[in-house]
Design a protein. Structure first.
Length: 134
């Protein structure tokens, strides 16, 4: 269940990321299922997809505020291994901390650098707080 604050932040982040992507290659969407049996509350908050004949999810971001990271890490690992995602990010917006895991990794590490367009997701967050994403 997304709080109104988290929901607004996810939508702003979706917009900020979309401004930096090559729209011929990628699209960024808010709360889409990356595997067929996910309930809507389990869908990542932001999903970057490759465009083409159909959208293929390649990167996901989940936002949280001081919730149980270890539980979310486990859920994210399951989603990563059961989907087309290449990477999964978790952003704790209360602590301003980014974590990521890629398909070839076994554990999350701290960082916000995406493989997609060499995109640094922390820059997207900064642009929201600086109102420079418009």
């Amino acid at each position: 269940d997304l709080s109104p604050r988290r929901k607004l932040f996810a939508r702003l982040l979706t917009h900020a990321i979309s401004r930096l992507l090559d729209h011929k290659k990628y699209d960024v969407l808010y709360e889409i299922p990356v595997i067929s049996d996910l309930k809507i509350e389990q869908c990542p908050d932001v999903v970057i997809c490759k465009t083409g004949e159909r959208l293929v999810p390649v990167s996901a971001i989940e936002l949280l505020s001081n919730e149980d990271l270890s539980e979310l890490f486990n859920i994210a690992k399951k989603i990563l291994t059961s989907s087309t995602l290449d990477e999964f990010f978790i952003y704790n917006y209360d602590m301003d901390e980014w974590y990521y895991i890629r398909r070839n990794m076994t554990q999350f590490e701290k960082g916000s650098a995406s493989l997609i367009n060499e995109l640094d997701l922390s820059v997207c967050v900064d642009s929201i707080f600086n109102h420079s994403y418009y």
